[in-house]
Design a protein around this ligand. Sequence first.
Ligand SMILES: Nc1nc2c(ncn2[C@@H]2O[C@H](COP(=O)(O)OP(=O)(O)O)[C@@H](O)[C@H]2O)c(=O)[nH]1
Ligand SMILES: [Mg+2]
Length: 199
Amino acid sequence: MAGPLALRFVSSYPRAGQMPATVAEIALVGRSNVGKSSLLNALAQRKQLARTSKTPGATRLLNAFELGAEGSARWLVDLPGYGYAKASKAEQGRWSSMAEGYLAHREPLRGVLHLIDGEIGPTRLDLQTVAWLDGLDLPVTYVATKADKVRPSRRGARKAELAAKLGTDRGAVHWTSAAKGAGISELRVLVRVLLEADA
Ligand SMILES: Nc1nc2c(ncn2[C@@H]2O[C@H](COP(=O)(O)OP(=O)(O)O)[C@@H](O)[C@H]2O)c(=O)[nH]1
Ligand SMILES: [Mg+2]
């Protein structure tokens, strides 16, 4: 069992251009309400590291969390959730230029964790994001969230179906439940490997 990740909030940035140099980063990407903040809290075993908001879409900044010793400059970067239904076109435009600018051009970025709601499965917007990320030269790991919401009798079929929609095989999707702790230990290991390996 991998212990909780030592993660510390560093700062929020309106644009990638305002971030300082770092050693390594990985990005957390997903539509709003997918369970991103809950997953971050579960990785760190903290209740309030990332705010799990009742008002999805409220956070519109790049939020940086540092792993390990202070000054390690190894960051998990939480991107704003995409596709918040109530956001205006202008706001959605700002989301995409900010998030896409970060993902496409951030030099220390080593990979992306793309969260997909395990109960709902990939939405049209998720699949558009999959296609867009596919055009970047970045390793993407799919993380299915809210596994506890899928009935045990349905889990096998759901895993196969979700992977098929994403165009990958089912072993490539990490299933997690922030609520019940399933899959969290394995994901901690993956985050450590991605961030702590020497470049
Ligand atoms: N049952 C269940 N609910 C979850 C899980 N993770 C998140 N949620 C719920 O989904 C909603 C959105 O979660 P949040 O972490 O704020 O999503 P974010 O908008 O992606 O940051 C909240 O009501 C959470 O309590 C999970 O693993 N299981
Ligand atoms: Mg959130």
